[in-house]
Design a protein around this ligand. Structure first.
Ligand code: SRM
Ligand code: SF4
Length: 562
């Protein structure tokens, strides 16, 4: 007998094209929250209901409802925004949000802290700035990531265009968003069928990323569907097609695990959308709709087998996939400072710690970027590592940008330790409903402490990948960190070690449920020995395997990597 469908499946089926009773929920003045089903449907419109976890307990004692607010996430394929869009979002974050802008690990913006009555004006205003929040969350394709490296070659520009095309093609067709948030009239008899998704969309979220070697900034092996651009003589000749990556897991539930995507084969540029549709619809038709813990594509592939999956995808594409082409990745991080593009324009990559732009004593990040946006004639590019590229700067504008960068304390990329430059931390407290431990708020002080150890062993220039997540869902892609802290409870983490520097090897659980003292005590001797025993250019994760601290490395496609 088939397992019963999960309640979310029934909700989607009965939602009248994702409308539910959102309009009524929004109009209810008695509570700052939405009805339960509507809070779930809201995700498809790009927003999450949250509450301030710092005051949750206090409010419970005072018999008050939680301090509800909403987070809004934009859809921004490849993370490209104009200067005007930047200014508009900044104004919204200041007027309706909590006074900060958050750049995410999937190259999108988030605004936190919007109360219910301001949700509609904020979403409508985002739409007016020619950006939207459609399908930024929910059981659909999410923001399509693409290498953030701006127009280093024409192929990079082609890859960005491909990310936009994919994102547009995979948008839901329902007009619910336009009616609810933009007050567009319902069109009687309009065809709202979903040709790609069908009436109940996907079993779960679905993520796409396109990498341009030699940089794997999108962590392509962590995506449900990945593309590795194959470039010959500066021309994009096609992609290696990957499927089945994912980071999320649940503590204590061995059925769940992070997984790296498998390489399926090679496709030509014009097969990008058909191939995406083939993979996505296979997941639509065969993904688990009973148990949401097991409903990502990675579990579908493991359940049915890779050979079956490739066969199914090939049937849907209409031809056999030729073998994947050679490629090589050197790292999965960003390159900081100025670089020159193929068109003679310049691009400045800034380090934005945990992607949070806010005005503080140390750094006037929000104001600084506002001032830069006022004079900047190019665009902004959000990187998959929560950083920001001020892109397309004319040579004679560089000094003006540099002056503002320095004035507002955004020049930390010039004097941070290498570990600080590459570190990622997810949002976690106080807004994330699922957080078990601090991440973004913990990163700075953890770095202060570990930097003491790094300096002691002259490792301050060693680019060791550190990633912190407040729970095992893995929003900072922690299982691809050479060192990762995965939240267990307040102040306690699982310590994972041993990913590589190119995003091709998952790390291992090394110690469970330890506090900061335990983490530092564990790391110090390993870092000490790494400092004295490492080979030339040997990364920390690789050293841990060579030295026998960890065993059995499993690296994707070693034979393909040139
Ligand atoms: Fe995530 C849920 C934040 C990237 C795996 N993620 C959440 C929620 C919405 C919590 C919730 O469901 O209530 C978090 C909101 C926190 C807040 O207050 O803002 C949240 N995820 C984020 C962001 C903002 C982290 C960041 O620090 O940048 C990233 C937003 C990306 C975007 O713009 O779309 C973010 N999340 C990721 C990634 C990384 C990636 O996609 O490259 C992952 C791991 C990759 C993957 O999906 O396998 C990730 N988020 C999850 C999961 C686990 C999914 C699973 O398969 O088990 C959840 C929980 C869930 O879906 O049930 C989750
Ligand atoms: Fe929240 Fe967990 Fe994602 Fe961090 S990893 S943002 S704590 S869901």
């Amino acid at each position: 007998m088939n397992a019963p469908l999960s309640p979310v499946e029934t909700l989607k089926a009965n939602s009248h094209g994702l409308r539910g009773t959102l309009v009524e929920s929004m109009a209810d003045p008695i509570t700052g929250a939405l009805r339960e089903g509507d809070a779930q449907l809201l995700k498809f419109h790009g927003s999450y209901q949250q509450d301030d976890r710092d005051v949750r307990e206090e409010r419970r004692k005072q018999k008050l409802e939680p301090a509800y607010s909403f987070m809004i996430r934009t859809r921004l394929p490849g993370g490209v925004a104009t200067a005007q869009q930047w200014l508009d979002l900044d104004a919204l974050a200041t007027q309706y949000g909590n006074g900060s802008l958050r750049l995410t690990t999937r190259q999108a913006f988030q605004i936190h802290g919007i109360i219910k009555r301001n949700l509609k004006p904020t979403i409508a205003a985002i739409n007016q700035t020619l950006m939207d929040t459609v399908a930024a969350c929910g059981d659909v394709n999410r923001n399509v990531m693409a290498s953030a490296n701006p127009v280093e070659s024409k192929a990079h520009a082609a890859v960005h265009a491909a990310s936009v095309a994919l994102s547009e093609y995979l948008l839901p067709h329902t007009r619910a968003y336009h009616e609810i948030w933009l007050d567009e009239k319902q069109i009687v008899g309009a065809d709202e069928s979903e040709p790609v998704y069908g009436p109940t969309y996907l079993p779960r979220k679905f993520k796409i990323g396109i990498a341009v070697p030699p940089i794997n900034d999108v962590d392509v092996f962590s995506q449900d569907l990945g593309f590795i651009a194959i470039i010959e003589n500066g021309e994009l000749i096609g992609y290696n097609l990957l499927a089945g990556g994912g980071m999320g897991s649940t503590h204590g539930d061995a059925r769940t695990y992070p997984r790296l995507a498998d390489v399926l084969g090679f496709i030509r540029p014009e097969q990008l959308i058909p191939a995406a549709e083939a993979v996505l619809t296979t997941q639509r038709d065969f993904g688990n709709r009973s148990d949401r813990k097991l409903s990502r594509l990675k579990y579908t592939i493991d359940k049915h087998g890779l050979a079956w999956f490739i066969d199914e995808v090939e049937k849907r594409i209409g031809e056999k996939l030729p073998p994947a082409r050679d490629y090589g990745f050197v790292h999965s991080g960003d390159r900081f400072g100025w670089t020159e593009g193929f068109d003679g324009r310049w691009h400045l990559t800034l380090r934005i710690e945990s992607g949070r732009l806010v005005d503080s004593e140390k750094q006037q990040g929000l104001t600084g970027l506002r001032e830069i946006a006022k004079i900047h004639q190019g665009d902004f590019r959000l990187t998959p590592n929560q950083n920001l590229i001020i892109a397309g700067v004319a040579a004679d504008q560089r000094d003006a940008i540099d002056l503002l960068v320095k004035e507002y304390g955004l020049d930390n990329y010039q004097h941070s330790s290498a570990m600080r430059l590459y570190a990622l931390a997810c949002v976690a407290f106080p807004t994330c409903t699922l957080a078990m431990a601090e991440a973004e708020r913990y990163l700075p002080s953890f770095l202060d402490r570990i930097e003491v150890i790094l300096e002691k062993y002259s490792l301050e220039h060693a680019p060791i990948l550190l990633r912190i997540s407040g729970c095992p869902n893995g929003c900072s892609r922690p299982y691809l960190g050479e060192i990762a802290l995965v939240g267990k409870a307040l102040g306690r983490y699982n310590l994972h070690l041993g990913a590589d520097f190119q995003g091709r090897r998952l790390n291992r659980l090394f110690k469970e449920n330890i506090d900061e003292a335990g983490i530092l005590e564990t790391l110090e001797p390993l870092l000490r020995d790494y400092a004295s025993q490492r080979l030339d250019n040997e990364a920390f994760g690789d050293y841990l395997f060579r030295s026998g601290v960890l065993s059995e490395p499993k690296t994707i496609d070693m034979e393909l990597v040139s």
